[in-house]
Design a protein around this ligand. Structure first.
Ligand code: HEC
Ligand SMILES: [Cu+2]
Length: 491
């Protein structure tokens, strides 16, 4: 009797839902583009899979090819967790924990109804256990428990994606905040049936905040600061893992007239992003990475552990600047990226003088100029003596703190430049060290050093001068280094 009553109430409820759905289908199409009534999860769960496929994964800023019209499949995803040192900013390194070797981790592209068979491997050289919580997963911990894996182990777990959208994944091993803060996040896209509408270019960009013992720009390997993370006071707020992650050599490019789609995620761990592109307006934003979209948006709010898909046509040539519009993060903490758009001007849209070349943000701390920009200053033809004088000045600014005023270095920490067999053996190698920095083991005068020498922000003639000074001091070989020799190494 009780049960029968419940049943009939439930019956009315279903009838009601049905009625609502019919009404919504009837009048829901104000927008000319398809903004269809989402199917229910149970509907999507019923989608049958046809065949199998190995997923292509990509590192940022690239995304795998669209799913298009393919049916739902059994999709094999394989991902390796790698703990590795990488560059946070010029001269600053950080021990990143990564999904697939990059920050953000590998991009996974699926379609609704796919059954994903996910194999996660924890590299034997790693120090810690990890796991993965995918926001696209309906199930305990988003897969966290099922994927918990120790170094040198692998785990396979399986799930069906039943909600289309753009989802964050992240590590959820304790201390969770620390694993995310070290770079353990990425995006998984679940395309709707029939795929997203095609565009000309797609990019993968993710914001993250980082907490280091040293303040912004402090040189060398910077350890994670738990206290700053708890205080939510990051030193770095960046796109694609580091200050140069989306600028300089890592800038993205497009042509005028192209339709551009950015899959934007926010790994956090703490900050909410006010994602904005200086010089464009988003024609379309899939709010929070879901199925609803808005048009003509200037800035979209992306929560930590959330996403958005933004689309726009690059109408005029320019360097579009991607920022978190909490603007100190952009100009002082690294949240700045460049999308360089080339092509024909369109005076009807933008009649002002279009600045060609590199966007130079205020605040000189961010070095996002491409390296060859430093060569613009014409090399001055100095005599050997003039080079030595200029070089000594530079040495006393840039090198003596580590290598010491007399070039003797500091035992076990900084190798000597005085009578250095390593230095004298190879001029081009020395130039390369100033250009790119040096890490790993080196043996100088029979003693081994294993530390980090930061790359120097110097132009060609400065490098030539400082090296000529060193080669002509403290019993070294007396060689002269010219700006041309440096230029040759830069290329
Ligand atoms: C922050 C400290 C630091 C600064 C500043 C620094 N170096 Fe180094 N340098 C090192 C370390 C550490 C190594 C060894 C790197 C390794 O073991 O991997 C090194 C190695 C070298 C080497 C090769 C090893 C040798 O002794 O021949 C050269 C050459 C060199 N530095 C030149 C310079 C010059 C020139 C400058 C200034 C423009 C400079 N360094 C500034 C720390 C520094
Ligand atoms: Cu982890």
């Amino acid at each position: 009797m009780e049960i029968a009553k419940v049943r009939s109430v439930r019956g009315y409820f279903y009838l009601f839902i049905l009625l609502i759905s019919v009404l919504m289908v009837g009048c829901g199409n104000h927008d000319s583009e398809k903004n269809h009534t989402p199917k229910s999860v149970t509907d999507y769960a019923k989608i049958k899979v046809f065949g199998e496929e190995h997923a292509t994964l990509t590192a940022p800023p690239n995304v795998p090819p669209p799913v298009g019209n393919r049916p739902a499949k059994k999709l094999f995803v394989e991902m390796e967790i790698v703990e590795k040192e990488g560059e946070m900013a010029d001269g600053v390194t950080y021990m990143y924990w990564t999904f697939g070797g990059s920050v953000p981790g590998s991009f996974i592209r699926t379609r609704v109804g796919d059954v994903v068979e996910f194999t996660i491997r924890n590299h034997p050289d790693n120090k810690l256990p990890h796991n993965i919580d995918l926001h696209a997963v309906t199930g305990q911990g988003g897969g966290a428990e099922a994927s918990f894996v120790a170094p040198g182990q692998e785990k396979t777990f399986s799930f069906k994606v039943v909600n289309p959208g753009l989802f964050v994944y992240h590590c959820a091993t304790a201390p969770v905040g620390m694993h995310i803060a070290n770079g353990m996040y990425g995006l998984i896209l679940v395309e709707p049936e029939g795929g997203l509408p095609p565009v000309d270019r797609e990019f993968y960009v993710m914001q993250g905040d980082f907490y280091t013992e040293g303040k912004f720009g402090q040189q060398g390997l910077q350890p994670f600061s738990m206290q700053k993370a708890i205080d939510e006071n990051p030193d770095y707020v960046v796109f694609n893992g580091n200050v140069n992650g989306l600028s300089g050599d890592n800038s993205i490019t497009a042509k005028v007239g192209e339709n551009i789609r950015i899959f934007f995620g926010n790994g956090g761990p703490n900050l909410v992003s006010s994602f904005h592109v200086i010089g464009e307006i988003f024609d379309k934003v899939y709010l929070e990475g879901g199925e609803q979209f808005n048009h003509n948006v200037q800035t979209t709010l992306v929560p930590a552990g959330g996403s958005a898909i933004v689309e726009f046509v690059a109408d005029v040539p320019s360097n579009l600047v991607l920022v978190d519009h909490s603007i100190f993060r952009a100009f002082n903490k690294g949240a700045l990226g460049i999308l360089s758009v080339s092509g024909e001007e369109n005076k009807a849209i933008f009649a002002g003088a279009i600045m060609e070349g590199i966007y130079q943000p205020e605040g000189s701390v961010i070095q996002n100029m491409p390296k060859n920009e430093l060569e613009i200053e014409a090399p001055v033809n100095l005599s050997k003596e003039e080079q030595i004088i200029a070089g000594k000045n530079l040495y006393m600014q840039a090198c003596f703190a580590c290598h010491q005023p007399n070039g003797e270095g500091i035992p076990n920490a900084f190798p000597p430049l005085a009578k250095s067999d390593y230095l004298n053996a190879d001029v081009d190698r020395s130039i390369g060290i100033l250009l790119h920095g040096l890490s790993g083991e080196v043996v100088v005068n029979g003693k081994s050093y294993n530390s980090i020498m930061p790359a120097q922000q110097m132009n060609d003639s400065e490098i030539a001068n400082v090296l000529t000074f060193i080669y002509n001091s403290w019993g070294n070989s007396g060689k002269v280094i010219t700006p041309q020799m440096v230029q040759a190494q830069r290329k």
